[in-house]
Write a protein that binds this ligand. Sequence first.
Ligand code: OFO
Length: 161
Amino acid sequence: METILNEQIEKEGYSSNLYLAMAVWIEENGFNGISKWLYAQAEEERVHMLKFISYIAERDANAIIPEFKKPPVDYGNVKDLFEAVLKHEKYISSSINDIVGKSLDERDYTTHTWIQWFVTEQIEEEASVREILDKLELVGDKNLYMFDRDILGMRGTAAAE
Ligand code: OFO
């Protein structure tokens, strides 16, 4: 269990860096709304990483801060970028499911209960990215200015600050 939880530290930390890299790229391309959404997302992923670190420590195990691979520097276009976010979130959901499965295999009901917060979080995160992709489909390439202006209304207040 300690190993798989440590692996998740790396995945959450990489998620944070990935969204940061996306935020920087999209900001350079003039989409300030989308970049704020991504900066807020990067912050959330950092908080997720910290939750794993403190849970491991609480269970009297060793949390290890890993090396992170470098995220890409170019994400194509706005739609490609959000497709990449969805793909990444699906990957994270499946790794959270692996932790759920392992906690049951090992009869570690404490971890099983604790990880449920992430199960719910992943459902919400995937749904919110799907909603964004649906909106992008609706507005089409010509109205990206409006999409960029409105995206901050599609998440909590953190991104709007
Ligand atoms: Fe996007 O999620 Fe962390 O867990």
